[in-house]
Design a protein around this ligand. Structure first.
Ligand SMILES: [Zn+2]
Ligand SMILES: [Zn+2]
Length: 434
């Protein structure tokens, strides 16, 4: 056995020694689901794990984020292992928190144990500091599940990773990786980014039996959505555009001409240009309908997440380490995935991966999503992440040095500037009122 493999075995032994603790952690987080930017208890528990191996820790990053650093004796590249702290809002879930109405229907409790277990394994074997070079940052990130809800004025972006990037938490990091709960083992080549929209049509109320003095905001909204739907055939197949939304308020009572109608929409696509193009067509549809009916429309746009690009060189390393844990596992290429993650934001500025660890049954984002086996879910993924870190930083960290040279699509400044082109509010008046 090579020295590197021997080191991995010691780390795996250390993780196995903590298996019961990790299983309890995974279940504790499952039973205390907290929504994005409110993950205070979850973050405190993760911090306790980092403190138990005396890693220097920064807490309260973008309210709840935590970063702990394991520095090697020799300098070298800085890499990050990530986990996501938040749960989804899902009041109908049997484990939903009675106040927050949140539940871990995306399985983030699993990836937090992978993060904690990797820290316990790597931080608990003294030789790691001798035999690797550089630094491993363990970062628990807030708010991955997108919702339009800014808890305070310090938060500028919907996604926790964008917020951490803005605050400089990733400034010294050159490579990042994580793992996410899934029904199967695998990874997409790329996945959609998105922007969020809030639209309010403002017409004029009237008695619905004598509507001629009113201006129907719902008619304007329906026309806007028809205009939007009619433009779907202009989208390119390879851009995987998905535009979907809800009418949050379609009027108050049936016998009044609706005066105010509110929509919330999400616009997803595979490239920054395609997101921009679909966003433009969305806005045109809203304004065109407002003009047709003589109503006002307010359009708020929120920067969402960037398209994810999984770096193939990192995926190769991850797959090898997964196959060591689970020989014969099928690792599925999910191709282009039309859902989204804010790991896309990290992948926009550095080589990164977001592969899925299987072993969950039911459908993600529904109440029946649950893991099957405790060890497969809460122990093995930690070993895979820890082994990835060893492969990247072993010796003089040649592998990480090589991968860190792969040019990202954006610099941090370009990325933040791109996000900020979306964060805006527009009021388009066709009513004649100002
Ligand atoms: Zn999710
Ligand atoms: Zn998730």
């Amino acid at each position: 056995m090579s020295e590197k493999e021997d080191l991995k075995q010691k780390i795996f032994w250390q993780i196995d020694k903590n298996a019961q603790k990790l299983i309890e952690l995974g279940k504790m987080i499952w039973n205390h689901p907290e929504p994005g930017y409110y993950e205070f208890k979850t973050a405190a528990r993760i911090k306790e794990i980092f403190d138990s191996i005396a890693l220097p820790t920064q807490a309260g990053l973008a309210r709840t984020g935590i970063r702990a650093d394991l520095s090697m004796k020799r300098p070298g590249p800085h890499i990050a292992i990530l986990g996501e702290l938040d749960a989804l809002i899902m009041p109908e879930h049997p484990q939903a928190d009675p106040v927050y109405k949140s539940a871990h229907a995306c399985g983030h409790n699993m990836q937090l144990t992978a993060l904690a277990g990797a820290a316990l394994g790597l931080g608990g074997v003294p030789e790691v500091r001798e035999k690797l070079s550089g630094l491993i940052a363990f970062i628990a990130c807030p708010a991955e599940e997108c919702k339009i809800d800014f808890p305070d004025e310090s938060i500028k972006y919907l996604g926790g990773k964008a917020e951490l990037i803005r605050r400089g938490v990733f400034d010294d990091i050159q490579i990042s990786f994580m793992t996410h709960a899934g029904g199967s083992y695998g990874a997409a080549q790329c996945s959609n980014g998105f922007v969020m929209k809030e639209v309010i049509f403002l017409g004029k109320a009237a008695h619905a039996g004598r509507p001629s003095s009113g201006v129907n905001a719902l008619s304007a909204a329906r026309t806007a959505l028809n205009a939007l739907d009619s433009q779907r055939d202009t989208f390119q197949d390879q851009d995987c555009v998905r535009i979907h939304g809800i009418i949050k308020n379609g009027g108050y009572v049936v016998n009044i001409v609706p005066e105010k109608v509110e929509l919330e929409y999400q616009i997803r696509a595979m490239t920054p240009d395609a997101i921009r193009d679909a966003n433009k067509k969305f806005d045109r549809s809203m304004k065109g309908a407002a003009m047709a009916f003589g109503v006002d429309v307010q359009i708020k746009t929120y920067a969402g997440y960037m398209p994810l690009y999984n770096e193939p060189e990192l995926l190769k390393i991850h797959k090898n380490n997964l196959f060591t844990q689970r020989p014969g596992t099928e690792f599925i290429d999910f191709g282009k995935r039309t859902s989204s993650t804010d790991m896309g934001d990290v992948s926009a500025i550095m080589p990164a991966i977001h592969p899925y660890a299987g072993g969950w049954e039911g459908v993600g984002h529904t109440p029946d999503y649950h893991w099957k086996d405790d060890r497969e879910t809460f122990v093995e993924p930690a070993k895979v992440l820890a082994a990835n870190a060893v492969d990247l930083l072993y010796g003089d960290a040649e592998t990480a040095q090589k991968i860190a040279k792969i040019k990202p699509r954006f610099t941090k400044t370009e990325y933040l500037a791109f996000l900020d082109t979306f964060n805006r509010e527009e009021y388009f008046s066709s009513s004649g009122k100002e």
